[in-house]
Ligand binder design. Structure first.
Ligand SMILES: NC(=O)C1=CN([C@@H]2O[C@H](COP(=O)(O)OP(=O)(O)OC[C@H]3O[C@@H](n4cnc5c(N)ncnc54)[C@H](OP(=O)(O)O)[C@@H]3O)[C@@H](O)[C@H]2O)C=CC1
Ligand SMILES: O=C(O)C1=N[C@H](C(=O)O)C[C@H](O)C1
Length: 251
């Protein structure tokens, strides 16, 4: 399969290695300096473009790829809240194809299913209150993480006593803490920590007076995200519409 990369940073480079090891060809690499190269035969020859850039530019990158007639797999976070509805419309009404996931790792797909199941069980146990914490490297631009938002949405869909997630505390790289853990009973606080080079840790915590039930996904490196993105690209090459992890792993 022919793959174009949009964004050649930490994830773009990791994805390149895995794509080559699975026998794919990288036909175009688009980064900040050569954005105009999207308008090229090499880019247009791609079966799928894999986009990992930044919250402020991801939407425009997807539109630019669509204009060149190329399907997109995007893992950029921090932009779907604002542009998700329009992306769904473009896929449904204008024949575009976008596979987006806040987290491409198989481990997080499994963790997400456990998270939803646990939230459902907790309807019967009102003594437990739930909160979330995510920890990422100091370069991360968005907070809370896209994965934390997806996990929070999974809890809200399944736990009747919670109606919305709210930002909890934000711990800066120097240890300074801002924000609050105070929230209304129907709110789910999501806190963020920015520290060192942490690839990504997500914790969901249920507390009662008697005990704590804690589930954590701890990424050891970026290989799981990158493999998932390449698997998603393989899937996207033969499917249409607005696609996600539920399409790739049906459990
Ligand atoms: N869904 C998932 O599984 C995962 C998602 N992510 C998300 O992916 C995104 C990228 O992460 P990561 O690779 O770690 O970030 P990096 O900052 O390491 O890489 C981003 C790259 O995109 C480049 N870039 C910036 N603007 C543009 C543009 N307009 N066109 C093309 N390239 C551009 C940057 O260039 P320059 O440095 O010169 O600005 C940089 O090379 C983030 O939003 C992150 O949250 C990350 C890991 C997993
Ligand atoms: O920026 C990152 O690094 C990551 N971003 C994604 C997110 O916001 O959830 C996925 C992963 O946690 C790494």
């Amino acid at each position: 399969m022919k793959i174009a990369l949009i964004g050649y940073g930490k994830m773009g480079k990791e994805i390149e290695k895995i794509a080559l090891s699975r026998g794919h060809e990288i036909v175009s690499i688009i980064d900040v300096d050569n954005h105009q190269d999207m308008d090229s035969d090499a880019f247009r020859s791609a079966d799928v473009a894999i986009e990992f850039t930044a919250p402020s530019v991801a939407y425009g990158n997807c539109l630019d790829a669509f204009r060149q007639g190329v399907k997109v797999v995007s893992g950029s976070t921090g932009w779907m809240g604002e542009h998700g509805e329009e992306m769904r419309r473009l896929c449904k009404e204008e024949g575009k194809t976008l596979f987006w996931a806040s987290n491409f790792s198989l481990g997080v797909a499994i963790f997400s299913a456990v998270n939803k199941y646990l939230a459902k069980i907790m309807n019967k146990f009102p003594n437990y209150d739930v909160s979330m914490v995510e920890t990422h490297h100091i370069h991360k631009l968005d907070a809370p993480s896209g994965t934390a938002i997806t996990l929070a949405e999974g809890i809200l869909e399944n736990l009747d006593r919670k109606d919305k997630w709210v930002m909890g505390t934000l711990t800066a790289p120097d240890g300074t803490v801002s924000g609050t853990t105070e929230c209304a009973p129907d709110e789910l606080p999501v806190s963020a920590i920015r520290k060192d080079e942490v690839p990504g840790i997500h914790t969901v915590r249920y507390e009662s007076e008697a005990d704590s039930i804690i589930i954590t996904h701890d990424a050891k490196n970026r290989k799981g995200f990158a493999l998932g993105a390449v698997l998603a690209a393989e899937y996207t090459a033969t499917h249409e519409g607005f696609l996600g992890m539920n399409d790739l792993f049906q459990f």
